[in-house]
Design a protein around this ligand. Structure first.
Ligand code: HEC
Length: 95
């Protein structure tokens, strides 16, 4: 597997809606949270990033962009499986 350039992927809309991602994020403009393009740029050269971010999306972690950390899945709309977290992170990192 190559870990370089992620190809553009289409938005997993059902998951994004169910987890209310766009309540705080947008693809290209920082809002309550960093934009998905900023996040993709930050982790562009980091092959470990997707595993770390999937974990963070599911179980949380310390805020390191600002003071606010992301709410856990239970507070966003329901439990998030590993597979769904993977789909979401692959999409975010392809922005
Ligand atoms: C209630 C607001 C809110 C919602 C809803 C939300 N986020 Fe976030 N998200 C944030 C904030 C605030 C940060 C910055 C956290 C930090 O400083 O680590 C963040 C950070 C992130 C990061 C980067 C984490 C890091 O460690 O760099 C990713 C990836 C991400 N969000 C994806 C998502 C996805 C995908 C969804 C939907 C499943 C989602 N977010 C829903 C507020 C939100």
């Amino acid at each position: 597997m190559t870990s370089g350039e992620a190809q553009a992927q289409s938005e997993p809309t059902a998951l994004v809606d169910q987890q209310h991602c766009m309540f705080c994020h947008t693809v290209d403009a920082p809002f309550l949270a960093p934009s998905f393009q900023q996040i993709a740029a930050r982790y562009h050269n980091n092959p470990e990033a997707s595993v770390m971010l999937e974990q963070k999306l599911r179980v949380g972690g310390k805020a390191h962009w600002g003071d606010m950390s992301m709410p856990l899945p239970a507070d966003r709309g329901g439990p998030l499986s590993q597979e769904d977290a993977h789909t979401l992170i692959q999409w975010v990192l392809s922005q």
